[in-house]
Design a protein around this ligand. Sequence first.
Ligand SMILES: [Zn+2]
Length: 211
Amino acid sequence: MRIIDMSQPLFDGCPNCPEHPPVKSEILFDHDTVGWRLERITCANHTASHVDAPLHKIAGGASLDDIPLEKWVGPAVIADLRPCVVDQRFGPADLSPRLVGDLRDKIVLLCTGWGEKRAKTDEWLNHAPMVGAEGARWLVERGVRGVGIDYYSIGDATVHEILLSKGVWIVEELSFPAEVLALPQPIEFWSLPVNFRGHTGAFCRPVAVVR
Ligand SMILES: [Zn+2]
């Protein structure tokens, strides 16, 4: 078995959603003083690779605890949307040619190329391609289980609402190494979130498993 990392790292000052607090990681204790090293991390739980549960957008919606672990593991199809342009919003015309076949209960992962641009630039922070409302409805109508993207947000508030109100979970800040893009599809995808009780989302380690 081989495991291919599809995550984006969390580190001090790492790029993140500018509406969230800046990411801070500081050494709290160190070996030469107390004999241990330990870091204190300050950031939103929606930082670096993470999942969104319905509660993130839907009041009274499912939190992480309400989602069986099996849901975060399963067959995923990758839509390679590159090359994308700034501020692009994916609609059915972008998605349907790249997502042929039955998508029911599948995880759909969108490769925009923005994962490779991850930096605090105006382009990355403010002009990323994302899913548009029509695209989100198209995905929901096909009965997908989850949707992922190589960016800190899948789309705007409406897009989150369309997906999460139908119980379609989201995984954000993926990376797509070339070896993942070369795998036969569907790939075996895992994105188990950290066990934050009652939370709207959590850090996860998205991976492709090759058996
Ligand atoms: Zn999120």
